[in-house]
Design a protein around this ligand. Structure first.
Ligand SMILES: [Zn+2]
Length: 282
């Protein structure tokens, strides 16, 4: 089978320059994923191809896999350029679907967690530096190809992209999904990856874990009551990650789950599909 695929790849490279005009050479790249705001697409191209997305080079795995992500306000179009081995370039304009976002009002947060003082700001900056560092990493691992499951079952109490008004003041949009569940509920690893960060006490997010799924794709787990992984460890999909809590800035026990491609926040729900029905216990 491997031989056949290799032979096929060889012929594709050989034939394309003679066969296809650049506009028709669509065999060199295909996608699975969501071409909408907050979506992630996995590209499949020829091993050794070079890919530029929105003007920046992206990593292509030895198997020809690459990632591109679309932010909350991305689009309506963006550009992709693929150069396959042999030097032929193919340019594409990608159309990104537009979404409507909710307005979410949250009242009753402790004022010092909404408008932090100087001491808190120092902590917030230190926290942000760690998060930024983890998000800059471009690991040569395609752990994301295991696909994503929900990290727990529960009521979705906050969705991606909502414009948030905290204690009456407009703030940054919500860049993840909130899943309400009783304190102590087990959280499992939704997709394999390396633990890029495990922090016991961040100002906003409390006990926080970040996973690195490769090619700039990271995920964050916030407000936990307990962390069950260690920084630097590789964790398999389905392994225990932590327990639901309300540490940091939270009004009740829930998991905040975010997925980010470098600095671009994505919608985790587009990776998993809707929350499966929680079967009530008899
Ligand atoms: Zn949240």
């Amino acid at each position: 089978m491997k031989m056949i695929r290799r032979a096929f790849g060889f012929w594709l490279i050989l034939l394309l320059p003679f066969w296809a005009s650049p506009a028709q050479a669509t065999d060199s790249v295909s996608f699975t994923g969501n071409f909408v705001q907050g979506g992630l697409a996995i590209g499949h191209t020829l091993p050794g191809a070079r890919v530029r997305f929105a003007g920046k080079q992206v990593r292509v795995s030895a198997e020809g896999l690459f990632l591109i992500g679309f932010g909350r306000d991305a689009g309506p179009t963006t550009s992709l350029e693929v150069v396959i081995p042999g030097g032929m370039a193919e340019s594409r304009i990608l159309t990104i679907g537009k979404r409507d976002y909710d307005i979410q009002r949250i009242e009753g947060l402790p004022q010092k967690k909404v408008t932090p003082d100087a001491v808190a700001l120092k902590r917030i900056n230190a926290d942000n530096a760690l998060i930024r560092l983890a998000r800059e990493e471009d690991r040569d691992r395609a752990d994301f190809s295991s696909g994503f499951d929900w990290p727990l079952r529960g009521r979705v109490s906050g969705v991606y992209g909502s414009q948030r008004i905290l204690n009456g003041k407009p703030r940054n949009p919500h860049n993840g999904v909130d899943i309400a569940a009783p304190e102590g509920t087990l959280i499992t690893v939704p997709a394999s990856g390396v633990v890029a960060m495990a922090h016991e006490d961040m100002f906003f997010t409390g006990k926080t874990v970040m996973l690195d799924h490769g090619h700039g794709l990271t995920s964050v787990y916030a407000h936990m009551s307990e962390i069950l992984v260690k920084q630097g460890q590789w964790v398999a999909k389905g392994a225990s990650l932590g327990r639901v809590g309300r540490s940091g800035r939270a009004t009740g026990a829930h998991l905040h789950w975010g997925v980010t491609w470098f600095k671009t926040h994505l919608d985790p729900m587009l990776l998993t599909g809707p929350m499966p029905r929680v079967t009530p216990k008899p």
